[in-house]
Design a protein around this ligand. Structure first.
Ligand SMILES: [Fe+2]
Ligand SMILES: [Fe+2]
Length: 131
């Protein structure tokens, strides 16, 4: 998965988190089987923090679809927890396929909808500086 400026939503911390997400996802995909569990754990940890930062902004600006956006974050974190459990049971190939094939599509779709809408709303409210 390639980070490009087309992925920016115009809010500096969200763009930094998304760039980090892409970097960590690529690192997990490229990791050896021995390295993969640590890479997956790092990606999961970063994703929790990334979502929490977006949620703080939603709360701050009163984003109109906060419940939907937070609900989608919760759904993905539950999915990541599920796959962490699969990894703990040794289903490495299954979890590698999730990271390589499903997470990139999810990320692009989420960025194009909920993250973009949240960023546009916060910028319109003047809650964050435009970059
Ligand atoms: Fe995001
Ligand atoms: Fe999000």
């Amino acid at each position: 998965m390639q980070w490009t400026k087309d992925l920016k939503v115009g809010v500096a911390f969200i763009d930094a988190d998304h760039q980090e997400f892409v970097d960590q996802l690529n690192a997990a995909v490229a990791a050896s089987d021995a390295e993969f569990p640590a890479a997956f754990a790092a990606l999961a940890e970063h994703t929790r923090a990334h979502f929490a930062r977006e949620e703080a902004l939603m709360d701050q600006v009163g984003f109109f679809a906060t419940d939907v956006h937070k609900g989608e974050h919760r759904r993905v974190l539950a999915e990541v927890e599920h796959f962490a459990g699969q990894l703990a049971r040794g289903n490495l190939a299954f979890v590698r396929a999730y990271v390589a094939e499903r997470l990139p599509d999810w990320f692009l779709q989420h960025r194009n909808t909920m993250d973009q809408a949240t960023a546009a709303f916060a910028l319109q409210r003047g809650a964050v500086p435009a970059v």
